[in-house]
Ligand binder design. Structure first.
Ligand code: NOJ
Length: 750
């Protein structure tokens, strides 16, 4: 009889495994083992698997009763256990003493590096380079796994269009296509092709979903969004991560159209499981189950547990609604045992994929190679590629060897700050600052901080800074934000340089020396008030462990700045949210009839000035557009051509363009292809990125760049929630950013 049941389960699983579309195809033997385990587990043990116990990221000791809970099988996973003895001991108890020997998973926020810190994710996005992103997460996984960590809460794939939001630092920026490419790269880097490789860790695509659309950029805030917008902009990066095999998904804190994501049946069941065919497990965010009470969606924690369970949330992070109430909810028939069984199946599936049943323990020989030569080399490369040159008046950069520089500013030697947000394990002692890099290269410089930290308002350091500036040829001002000013719960209403930085820059400008402003920050910083005082703007983001050398090399021409903005750079926070792929409106903004606030006649008769969609004071363009970034050379675009004037559905269109390096130095150009669907059954964005390519050209060299797009690339979800491309006219641009480029037009015809 037992044999027949076994065979039946095997056949059924084999059939269902075949249907699965994700890159980690269900393993039939896992499914059989899962069923066998499930049949032996008590209700308490099943609930135990759904329990992700958290300790604070700085906790030094374990809660007293935790070993006993593991022994009883009441814990499925841990986060933030960083004491290796505890990791080993807890796993030993789970495997050897708990009723069914089910191993634990140890998780941690390994977001942009573990010990060797890479640039913050928004900086990594500025590389526009999937290989760099993949490498950075592969190294992060390698280092973290030495601590027994086999699960990270990354990648963060929330489209972010409001730089006030502190978590924009963790995001891939404002564009769904770029986020889609990078999302898959993160997953590949963390997980590799085989999750059971002990040097790889399970990814968690987060925060599902639309967390980045919080009102006013205020963290945790409300999201109201049409379903087409959700599906066209916010969902694609998650689909990409799931197709790449993301083992887990984290639900977000926010509500969407009145229903918190953590208790959202439609989003978790219908979309994530039904449409995206996700077969790993969904973890809540920290306390986000019980926060449904504060949202006003659940009456109490028990009700919150019920709502989360009905929505299909498999594992609860930190709060204990499942632990405390699931048993009762099942007795009361509010949640079924089959629903709980499914959660356990999903969790065990990931544990099997991680190879934890065969290999539960931390490999004690695994050194992590923290800060190895190769890891530092890759971190430096990522920091170089992420740096964006925004202004370079009179080609002041790169500096010549003989230039005497004054190094000034609160971020010039701030090793902790340049690691950025979510750098729990990065160590400032191992961090290379710009000052370190200058000292090592022994160049011609003097240093005066001017301000002790980014928010410093004291002017006591100004005098020394001015003196140092006067004796130099060029001022290198390293400004920006401390790490704590971006990231979770760290939104800002004003995103100018904080403290007295602007004031210091203004007094330094009076020396008449050129100023190079190097910004290290977790978001675009508005610099409208000082842009006229500075000659060069270099955006370094929070560049990580090797930021100093990376910036040194760029400033001195050993490397070139090649990053591109993954987010529009606003003139003022009052423009936010701002994104290049907005809609046209019935009255598109137009420079020919824009009247600036200062040009309005006194006692003007009431009229609709300009009659279009703009701000009287800030206009309608950003300071620097999405995709923008200068290099140390120049490129020109010519001879755009398309293979056909019209394509049929499912036909390809080839686009060709010549790119020439017209400057004196070799350099890399990021060639970008945008389209506009001119008329749609719902209105379409003015531009959408569809492809990009990097091309490296020597001075004077030309290359023909070819792109292929098909009608598939032109699909969108319409008002009937059907994904379709529509016949009609399309504009297409190929160029260096989202506002420049050569234009062509084509049609899709039936
Ligand atoms: C809350 C954050 O929103 C999430 O991104 C993070 O992974 C968890 N805390 C765990 O630290």
């Amino acid at each position: 009889m037992k044999k027949i049941i076994f065979l039946l389960v095997l056949i059924i699983t084999l059939i269902s495994c075949k249907e699965n579309k994700t890159s980690f195809v269900k393993d039939a033997t896992h499914e059989v083992k899962i069923e066998a385990l499930l049949s032996k587990m008590t209700l308490e043990e099943k609930i135990g698997q759904t329990n992700l116990r958290g300790v604070s990221s700085r906790a030094k000791s374990l809660p007293s009763n935790i070993k006993e809970s593991v022994r009883k099988g009441n814990v499925g996973a841990f986060l933030n256990i960083m004491n290796l003895e505890y990791v080993d001991e807890l796993q030993r108890i789970a495997v050897e003493e708990s009723p069914n020997g089910i191993p634990l998973i140890f998780g941690r926020d390994v977001i942009h590096g573990f010990k060797t810190m890479f640039p913050i994710p928004l900086g990594l996005a500025a590389t526009w380079d999937a290989q760099i992103v993949e490498k950075s997460s592969e190294i992060a996984a390698f280092e973290a796994s030495a601590y027994g960590i086999r699960w990270t809460f990354a990648p963060m794939l929330d489209i972010a269009r409001d730089s006030r939001w502190g978590r924009i630092a963790e995001s891939p920026g404002e564009d769904p296509y770029l986020a889609t490419i990078l999302g898959a790269a993160y997953v590949k880097g963390f997980q590799g092709d085989d999750l059971s490789n002990p040097y790889r860790i399970a990814a968690s695509a987060k925060h599902y979903i639309a967390y980045g659309a919080a009102i006013g950029g205020r963290d945790y805030n409300t999201v109201n969004m049409s379903e087409p917008l959700l599906r066209n902009v916010y969902l694609p990066p998650f689909k990409s991560a799931i197709d790449a095999g993301s083992a887990t998904v984290m639900s977000s804190f926010n509500e969407i159209n009145g229903i918190p994501a953590t208790g959202n049946q439609f989003l978790l069941k219908d979309v994530l499981r039904g449409e995206l065919k996700f077969d790993g497990f969904v973890v809540s965010d920290w306390d986000s189950v019980i926060e449904m009470v504060a949202h006003g969606y659940a009456s109490d924690e028990k009700h919150a547990g019920e709502l989360a369970a009905k929505a299909g949330l498999d594992m609860e992070m930190t709060s204990t609604a499942y632990e405390d109430h699931l048993k009762k909810l099942i007795e009361e028939k509010k949640v079924t045992i089959e629903e709980l069984n499914d959660f356990v199946r999903n969790i065990l599936r990931v544990k099997f994929r991680l190879g934890l049943f065969e290999n539960p323990y931390r490999n004690k020989e695994h050194t992590g190679k923290f800060y190895s030569k190769n890891h530092l080399k890759e971190a430096k490369k990522a920091a170089i590629e992420s740096t964006v040159l925004l202004k370079n008046k009179n080609s002041i950069l790169p500096l010549s060897e003989k230039t005497k520089v004054a190094i000034i500013g609160p971020l010039a030697n701030a090793p902790h700050e340049q690691l950025g947000t979510w750098a729990f394990d990065g160590e400032k002692e191992h961090t290379n600052t710009p000052l370190h890099a200058y000292k090592k290269a022994n160049t011609n410089f003097t240093f005066a901080k001017g301000l002790d930290y980014s928010r410093d308002k004291s002017k006591k350091g100004f005098k020394e800074a001015i003196e140092v500036a006067k004796k130099s040829d060029v001022i290198l001002f390293f400004g920006g934000e401390e790490a704590i000013l971006s990231g979770e719960a760290h939104s800002r209403a004003n995103i100018d340089l904080p403290g007295a930085q602007e004031e210091l820059i203004k007094v330094l400008a009076k020396t008449g020396k050129p100023i190079v402003l190097v910004i290290m920050a977790g978001r675009p910083i508005t610099i409208t008030n000082i842009i006229d005082k500075i000659d060069v703007v270099l955006m370094g983001w929070h560049p990580g462990t090797m930021g100093g050398e990376a910036l040194y090399e760029i400033i001195n021409g050993i490397s070139s700045p090649e990053g591109r903005l993954p987010v529009s750079w606003p003139k003022t926070a009052g423009q936010l949210p701002y994104f290049y792929n907005h809609k046209n409106t019935g009255r598109p903004a137009d420079s020919s009839n824009f009247v600036h606030i200062d040009k309005i006649p006194i006692a003007a008769w009431q009229s609709s000035l300009g009659n279009d969609s703009h701000y009287l004071d800030a206009g309608f363009t950003p300071h620097f557009p999405f995709g923008y970034g200068l290099t140390y050379t120049t490129f020109s675009y010519s001879n755009i051509s398309i293979s056909k004037e019209s394509i049929k559905f499912n036909e390809d269109l080839n686009v060709k363009v010549n790119v020439t390096n017209t400057g004196k130095k070799a350099g890399k150009e990021t060639v970008q292809l945008y389209i506009q669907d001119v008329v749609g059954s719902i209105t379409r964005p003015v531009k959408e990125l569809k492809r990009f390519q990097h091309v490296f050209l020597k001075s004077g060299e030309s290359k023909e760049i070819t792109f292929k797009i098909s009608s598939k690339d032109l699909e969108f979800v319409n008002h009937k929630l059907i994904k379709t491309a529509e016949a009609g006219k399309f504009n297409l641009w190929v160029g260096p950013n989202s506002v420049e480029g050569l234009k062509e037009t084509f049609f899709i015809k039936n």
